[in-house]
Design a protein around this ligand. Structure first.
Ligand code: HEC
Length: 204
């Protein structure tokens, strides 16, 4: 009888220990989950620029391949720099610029094309970041990312490789009179890095 009592007592104390442990674990879970949102609030800037770039790049490729290349090859409509007056299609670079102007109206972020083999003088790498980043991207084929301070404001900036994804990119650039004159020995092939897409995300 005594030994049965001792067993019950032992079991009882084990049960209490278990309950105490369970409460402690529950408390830990609740207090951790309470803190979790503040830790994960906001997405890291390097991830945000990756997302933005994915969309810009996808739309650029789709427009070049399925509109410019398709309509050009079939002779339905060509592209030209003076597309509005000539009733042609805008160049892929003009398309990107128009979209960049629209989307940066509220000052959320900016993006643009640059290249050391630029046709348009506005699009040569100009700042230290652009020069260093573009050189790096051409060497590695990988994006270049860095924090920048411009006029006292902090930006997370990135340059992604702008590659010749369509035969239209290669044909048009290699045969452009400005390209031929400025870079007579530079012939792009499919897959080559032709320049970069630069993104500047304000960190305010
Ligand atoms: C039909 C001709 C044409 C096609 C197709 C074309 N480009 Fe361009 N691209 C140009 C011209 C012209 C410019 C400069 C004029 C401007 O920016 O308004 C330019 C600008 C650029 C620039 C900025 C540097 C510069 O040269 O001023 C890059 C980078 C670039 N193109 C890469 C590409 C890639 C990659 C593709 C394919 C996805 C492509 N281009 C398709 C004609 C073309």
């Amino acid at each position: 009888m005594n030994s049965i009592n001792t067993n019950w007592r032992q079991l009882g104390s084990k049960f209490i220990v278990l309950i105490v442990l369970a409460v402690a674990v529950l408390f830990a879970i609740v207090s951790c989950s309470g803190k979790a949102p503040s830790k994960t609030q906001g997405i890291a800037p390097e991830v945000v620029v990756d997302y933005l770039h994915k969309i810009i790049e996808a739309e650029r490729s789709v427009y070049t391949e399925h509109v410019v290349n398709r309509l050009g090859e079939s002779g339905v409509m060509k592209t030209s720099e003076n597309w509005k007056n000539e009733k042609n299609l805008p160049l892929p670079a003009q398309m990107l610029r128009m979209a960049a102007e629209e989307s940066s109206q509220d000052g959320a972020f900016t993006y643009r094309l640059i290249s050391p083999w630029n046709i348009n003088d506005e699009q040569s790498p100009k700042t230290e970041f652009e020069k260093k980043g573009m050189e790096n991207v051409i060497k590695t084929g990988e994006p270049f990312k860095e924090l920048q301070t411009i006029n006292g404001n902090q930006y997370f900036s990135a340059i992604y490789p702008d590659k010749a994804v369509s035969i239209a990119c290669v044909k048009c650039h290699n045969n452009h009179p400005v390209h031929k004159k400025r870079y007579p020995n530079k012939f792009f092939s499919i897959g080559d890095v032709m320049g970069g897409i630069e993104l500047n995300l304000p960190l305010k």
